[in-house]
Design a protein around this ligand. Structure first.
Ligand code: FMN
Ligand code: ATP
Ligand code: MG
Length: 563
């Protein structure tokens, strides 16, 4: 059988092991279920193409094992397995024709379903007893989280066993198999597509783009030349902007810099460490992270310190993971029994901790032969949700699990280094929001006098956040901010005018984040209150508004501006 011989004769021991494991799973499935009661979910994609040939090989091996192989190579080369294909109007025509041609070539009993997955499967199971379905799902696919090689269908889905023989195959393994066995694959993969969804959400992978001379059409290298498998889904873009006005997000979770001018990102910070809770160590990394995030225009929504306990970490993450764009987690990482942060992450996302070959390699370079025993624990990462973010200046990559950034920094200088690297990454999750423009106005009115006006303002404009800062912070912040407009204590500002102006200006009604900070000594102090107005349009927009003219000032001098 040509697939079996190609693998046996190749010089790639890793591929041979992957092949043996996958065909073992397939043979067990054929032993467990009647051939007519299993189906193969085939869609012409590379993973299901690999699976098709593994099924043919597995079927051949199973028949040989059972003594039912009749020596007729024709019947072996083909595999008349029931095959289901969910066809939609948004399928690429190349995928469609490849699927039909392949099914014909290998005598697959093709069942075309024109319903969504769930309804289609409900209808299928009503019509034909189907105990198990083979899928080309791989760890790293968004829907693979928590799956095993044999995984019952999820709650709410019709009952069948999902069989995933190539669950542990990497992008490299898939292409090694296709090229070693020289099996045909869909032509789109030669045009730079690396993972194929629908015509609406799939582009060729930009990392395979060949720079073109002006006027020439862009060309792409074939998918098997993508060296970094983590970029497999980089061509999957959620487009176009949805009706509800959501900002388009690329499949890797990033937003295009130009697309997020008017939205804000939120982050949470979770510090793990009994020592902080005991009061024996002062937590500084979190405070520094807050500053750094704010400087980028991010909002820090929550900061917590938890003890070294898997459940504490998991609970905290469960509360925040769907609320924030990113969660920063630090502390509790390392070889000790108390280093349980990553186990907490795995628990929160319902996945296992599994050895990560690539991370282990980095640790081996760093720790040499010391990377044994307990230290191997450091190479256990949450399975299927982990991305390693490499930077030349870092000895080991940063770890990102879904939307949780796990930082190994234990002090400010380590944090600064990791932060800078994170910002420099081409796929940095830290999108910079348009710079905030910060202007500061002052008033001689005390906070008691302006309190009513402010609360009225915040009721009318819920997108305006009114906060308070200590006056000691004012001067140092002001001097760091090149956009700052410092009002001096001599300038009296009629607060009612600010309120009426804010209300009148429709700009404040937009989604742009406007923050009025009341910079104030406390109400019992005799010195002035300051109003600091921060918002996110551009400097030009600020100038257009010409707040100096628009906000009338009660004094004859008006407000001083210093930029
Ligand atoms: C045969 C088959 C069985 C599936 N079973 C389940 C299931 O049990 N639970 C589930 O949440 N999704 C199930 N799905 C949906 C997949 O998890 C996933 O949404 C689908 O493969 C689309 O992947 P894509 O969004 O990357 O194209 C199934 C899909 C297929 C084709
Ligand atoms: N429309 C479909 N019809 C039948 N099976 C499907 C369909 N879409 C997905 N599947 C099943 O889900 C598996 C995973 O889909 P996925 O898109 O990740 O892989 P693929 O399509 O094989 O390859 P690629 O990642 O390059 O698109 C497929 O291998 C196939 O078994
Ligand atoms: Mg696909």
């Amino acid at each position: 059988m040509e697939i079996d011989s190609a693998i046996r004769n190749c010089s790639d021991p890793r591929l041979q092991i992957k092949y043996q494991n996958a065909t073992y799973v397939i043979r067990r499935a054929f032993a467990l279920y009647e051939f007519q009661q299993v189906a193969f979910s085939f869609n012409g994609g590379k993973d299901s193409t690999v699976l098709l040939h593994l099924l043919r090989a597995g079927y051949f091996l199973y028949q040989k094992e059972m003594g039912s192989f009749n020596g007729n190579m024709d019947s072996v080369l083909k595999c008349p397995i029931r095959t289901i294909y969910f066809e939609t109007t948004s399928t690429f025509p190349e995928i469609n024709s490849f699927t039909h041609e392949t099914a014909a070539s290998y005598d697959l009993q093709l069942d075309i379903i024109r319903l969504d997955f769930k309804s289609g499967l409900v209808a299928l199971l009503k019509e034909k007893t189907t105990e198990a379905i083979f899928l080309g799902t791989r760890i790293g696919d968004p829907n693979a989280v928590g799956q095993e090689q044999f995984s019952p269908s999820s709650d709410g889905w019709p009952p069948f066993m999902r069989v995933n023989p190539i669950l542990d195959w990497s992008y490299r393994d898939v292409w090694a198999f296709i090229l070693t066995c020289k099996v045909p694959y869909c032509i789109l993969y030669d045009k730079g597509y690396t993972s194929i969804g629908s015509i609406y959400d799939t582009d060729p992978n930009a990392s395979l783009c060949i720079p073109h001379h002006s006027g020439n059409k862009e060309t792409f290298k074939p998918a098997y030349l993508l060296s970094d498998g983590r970029l497999e889904r980089a061509g999957r873009v959620k487009k176009p902007a949805s009706k509800n006005g959501n900002v388009p997000i690329m499949s890797n979770g990033l937003m295009n810099v130009n697309q997020h001018q008017n939205c804000s990102f939120s982050a949470s910070i979770i510090a793990v460490g009994d020592e902080v809770l005991y009061g024996s160590e002062k937590e500084q990394v979190g405070a520094m992270l807050c500053k750094k995030l704010k400087a980028l225009g991010w909002r820090v929504a929550h900061i917590a310190v938890v003890g070294n306990d898997i459940d504490f970490v998991a609970d905290e993450l469960e509360h925040r993971k769907d609320k924030d764009d990113l969660i920063f987690l630090f502390g509790g990482l390392g070889p000790l029994h108390s280093d349980v942060s990553l186990a907490g992450v795995a628990k929160a996302f319902g996945v296992r901790l599994a050895p990560d070959e690539e991370f282990e390699e980095y640790l081996r370079h760093l720790l040499g032969n010391n990377c044994t025993g307990n230290r191997n624990k450091m190479a256990l990462l949450p399975e299927g949700i982990t991305e390693l973010l490499h930077h030349d200046s870092l000895p080991v990559p940063l770890i990102k699990c879904s939307n949780v950034m796990v930082l190994s920094a234990t002090n400010i200088s380590e944090l600064k280094k990791q932060w800078d690297c994170l910002l420099q990454l081409p796929s940095s999750p830290l999108v910079q929001v348009a710079p905030f423009i910060s202007k500061q106005l002052s008033t001689m009115l005390s906070d008691v006098e302006i309190a009513d006006g402010l609360s009225q303002l915040s009721r009318t404009f819920p997108d305006i956040y009114i906060g308070k800062m200590m006056s000691s912070q004012v001067q140092s912040r002001a001097s760091h901010n090149k956009f700052c407009w410092k009002g001096s204590c001599e300038n009296r500002l009629c607060f009612a005018d600010v309120v009426s102006e804010v209300r009148r200006r429709s700009i404040f009604r937009t989604k742009q984040r406007v923050i009025l900070f009341m910079l104030s000594p406390s109400f019992h102090s005799s010195s002035s209150s300051n109003l600091r107005i921060i918002w996110s349009p551009t400097e030009t927009a600020w100038r257009d508004i010409d707040i100096k003219k628009r906000i009338r000032v009660a004094t004859s001098e008006g407000v001083k501006e210093e930029c």
